[in-house]
Design a protein around this ligand. Structure first.
Ligand SMILES: [Zn+2]
Length: 131
């Protein structure tokens, strides 16, 4: 667990402050595999990616109703918002890039680099209420 005191650049388009827990203690855990793949995704779609939620502390995760086994607790997940691109397309590219957890929601796409995905190579769920 790290406290962020300085906004360090992690890759061409991502900085550590984007992954800090929203709870305000400036805590972060961040798996480098996640950043590497997000950057590849960013390069491929050539559109800005907004990180809605990166690392979550246990208390913050509870507050937002996250799963007790959420990959956000491990610094292995990000909920991303990208304008002007279909969520199905993001899913397709995410599989190609080797993300191992993909969840579609109305507002964002959850992407993670979990260690034990579904045997097909990635876990997938669709929680959208509207298409
Ligand atoms: Zn998520």
């Amino acid at each position: 667990m790290y406290k962020v005191v300085k906004n360090i650049k992690l890759s061409k388009n991502f900085s550590i402050s984007e992954f800090v827990c929203k709870e305000g203690k400036k805590e972060v855990l961040c798996d480098y595999k996640l950043i590497e793949k997000l950057q590849k995704l960013r390069d491929k779609i050539n559109k800005p990616i907004t990180i809605n939620s990166g690392y979550r502390s246990k208390t913050y995760n509870k507050k937002v109703g996250g799963s007790p086994k959420s990959q956000h607790l491990l610094g292995k997940a990000a909920d991303i918002v990208t304008k002007g691109i279909d969520k199905e397309k993001i899913k397709e590219i995410a599989i190609e890039l080797g993300f191992t957890g993909i969840g579609l929601y109305d507002i964002f796409v959850h992407l993670d680099v979990r260690n034990n995905p579904h045997p097909r190579g990635y876990s997938f769920w669709d929680n959208r209420t509207k298409r």
